[in-house]
Design a protein around this ligand. Structure first.
Ligand code: NOJ
Ligand code: CA
Length: 675
């Protein structure tokens, strides 16, 4: 009885506050603007207690009233509030990432924290941040008497579009991000994965994603009404969506806004929304290019398991190390080195510390050290996180003891615990646990079959890269990826963070070893090829950002080919990145600076095109030497993919270069200052 009276008291107190602030208006609103007032966001509390946000960009309403709130376990709605108070904050910082597409990142925004109390007396804080390149909001359920556990059955956040849109999207799937993309009007996109990228009819570009997924489920967007999308969450096996305790912070729901497609790539909104670096000594975190015993397995030339065709032999590893050392590539990945691959798919299949008998791991690491090469270790889990978590400390300590500083992890298979999804909160907890443990052991990570990236690399920069993309492997054993796929990725999946797409294939039609290839994947119809020219493959090394960037082909396919000179010594962390020109899904030209030198990459879709690049990004009154790698006149991704021209010329900032890209083609420039 006393409790009940308390609740009434609270309600009256809060509503007095509410009405004292809003004596006339029927709605209570709070507005914040981005530093240059490009973005204006409004929080709206209706008289009935329902809460919404809306957004204007350059004075134009882009998002209408978009709902907020939750449904908790027991059909318990947490969506009718009274306002308590606000706190505003202005932040303007420049921070230096350990690696990235630029060496200095500006983080400037206005924030409002709106403290709310629901009709049952529960506290909920709502944060909104307005940046000149976008908007983000998140919830906090703070510590409060009487509430410790929170079980979310529905997040009632919605995004309500105003206007006409076309969009680039892939189907939502709680287990995989390895999808092709569609380009359709908004109404065809019924259930989408994020980043979800759109173009408004007035040429405003948007990408919707989430940032800082720490202990929550990952989101998809489900159409629920003409112009409305609801935040949908991958469930636990028991049907609940998020199980947590106070204080709970949801991930940020973020919208990048830009006037050009390239603005989406240049935006740092997703990383900026994450906490500052939690690793004190970051000197061991080193971006690099790598090669590895990998593509040969996907081609079916060699195997992960022990036997006549075993790929990870001591001898083969040394061959890759020799190649890497000779061609200024710093890392060598070795897959299939440990026992257990014969049990892939079974419970507790993999042993993470026992090499196969034809592979001397110690000797290989020692040999690599003498050649100045890093070995990239590999932990395939098949999705069995229970088993991995049991052995992970021992496995990390083992690698570290040998001098291995980088681990590629993999989750190819159904998740154990049985019934859990790859993208649910259970796996978010697992991936984040692995990331933190790897930081403790000073191990860099390349995660395959990951949860979608959300900028956590700002906080844990040892999380170098992730797959979570329909990458190169699909070209080895399926219909593969069309040229438009790689022209779409930087604006969609790439918005989330680095991509281990694994480009750089030179044997485009996969003919070099055709006689030795064995079919091992049911998607393989025997017609696989890389749908690209060699120049396009080189450009992808630059265009698809990853601080660990693989040149995926076999040493024998590279050796003797002058095109590899573009990959030798290629930086994978940059001082500056500019998108010169782009059209989503059609073409993209990107320029990246490392100290005084520039690297330019251009790619096109199934259409050939001529691109004119003005070199005005170079320093005035300086002379540069440019090596240009471009498609041969007769190049075509289907009929003549390996035709390539390499030229050298002197250039200055007032010059422009005309690049002729073949169908599925590309071009690259390596521009060095003449001191
Ligand atoms: C899938 C990963 O994406 C791929 O890179 C790896 O080779 C296989 N799983 C085997 O672990
Ligand atoms: Ca994969």
């Amino acid at each position: 009885m006393i409790f009940f009276q308390n609740k009434i008291f609270l309600f009256v107190t809060v509503s007095c506050l509410f009405f004292s602030n809003q004596s006339i208006a029927r709605e209570f609103t709070q507005t914040i603007s981005s530093p240059s007032k490009l973005v204006e966001v409004k929080f709206i509390l209706q008289q009935d207690g329902l809460a919404f946000w809306s957004l204007k960009y350059k004075g134009d309403t882009i998002f209408n009233y978009s709902s907020l709130g939750f449904v908790l376990k027991g059909n318990d709605s947490l969506n009718r509030f009274r306002w308590i108070k606000n706190k505003t904050k202005y932040k303007n910082e420049n921070w230096k990432p350990v690696w990235g597409q630029s060496s200095l990142i500006k983080n400037e925004y206005n924030e409002i924290k709106i403290e709310l109390r629901d009709f049952k007396g529960r506290l909920l804080n709502f944060y909104m941040r307005a940046y000149d390149d976008g908007f983000a909001f998140r919830y906090e359920t703070p510590n409060q008497p009487g509430i410790t556990d929170i079980v979310i059955m529905s997040e009632e956040s919605r995004i309500s579009f105003n206007g006409k849109y076309e969009c680039w999207w892939s189907w939502a799937d709680y287990n995989t991000l390895e999808k092709l993309f569609y380009h359709t009007p908004l109404d065809s996109a019924t259930h989408v994965a994020t980043p979800f990228t759109l173009k408004r009819s007035n040429n405003v570009y948007l990408s919707i994603h989430e940032a800082a997924i720490e202990n929550y489920s990952t989101m998809t967007l489900k159409r629920d009404g003409e112009q409305n999308y609801k935040i949908n969450l991958a469930p636990w096996a028991d049907g609940t969506l998020v199980k947590t305790k106070t204080p709970m912070f949801s991930p940020w729901r973020a919208i990048i806004i830009a006037d050009k497609p390239g603005g989406l790539i240049e935006s740092n909104l997703i990383t900026n929304l994450n906490d500052t670096c939690q690793i004190k000594d970051v000197s061991w975190i080193k971006p690099m290019t790598y090669v590895g015993i990998w593509w040969e397995m996907h081609l079916g030339i060699s195997k992960w398991i022990l036997g006549e065709k075993h790929g990870a032999t001591t001898e083969n590893a040394k061959r890759y190390i020799d190649f890497a050392s000779k061609h200024y590539v710093k890392g060598v990945l070795i897959e299939g080195w440990n026992t257990g691959w014969e049990n892939w798919g079974k419970k507790d299949a993999f042993d993470f510390v026992t090499p196969y008998k034809d592979f001397n791991l110690k000797e290989v690491v020692k040999y690599a050290k003498t050649k100045g090469v890093e070995i990239i270790g590999h932990h395939e889990t098949g999705g069995d996180t229970e088993s991995y978590e049991k052995h992970i400390e021992e496995a990390f300590a083992f690698y570290k003891m040998l001098g291995i500083n980088i681990v590629k992890t993999g989750y190819a298979g159904p998740v154990v615990p049985v019934g859990e999804y790859h993208h649910g909160q259970c796996m978010v907890q697992h991936y984040n646990k692995v990331m933190k443990l790897a930081a403790k052991y000073k191990l860099m990570l390349d995660v395959h079959e990951p949860i979608v990236l959300s900028g956590l690399s700002r906080t844990y920069p040892n999380l170098m890269t992730a797959e979570g993309v329909r990458g190169m492997e699909w070209n080895a054993w399926s219909d593969g990826n069309p040229p438009s796929h790689t022209c779409t990725l930087p604006f969609t999946r790439g918005i989330a963070g680095p991509m281990d797409y694994t480009p750089g294939i030179f044997d485009i039609d996969l003919s070099a070893h055709s006689k030795e290839r064995e079919k091992w994947n049911s998607l393989d119809k025997g017609n696989s090829a890389v749908h690209s020219t060699i120049a396009n493959q080189l450009a992808l090394m630059l265009v698809l950002y990853s601080p660990l960037q693989m040149a995926a082909d076999l040493p024998e396919n590279y050796e003797g080919n002058k095109a590899f000179s573009f990959i030798e010594n290629l930086p994978t962390t940059w001082d500056e990145t500019k998108v010169i020109d782009a059209s989503i899904g059609e073409y993209l030209i990107i320029a990246r600076r490392k100290e005084n030198n520039w690297f330019v990459g251009a790619i096109t879709n199934e259409n050939k095109r001529e691109l004119i690049i003005s070199l005005n990004f170079l320093e005035n009154n300086k002379e540069y030497n440019a090596n240009i790698y471009s498609d041969g006149n007769d190049a075509d991704f289907e009929t003549n993919p390996e035709s390539l021209l390499i030229n050298e010329m002197k250039i200055v900032s007032t010059d422009s270069v005309t690049l002729k890209l073949a169908r599925g083609g590309g071009a690259c420039l390596k521009i060095k200052i003449i001191e």
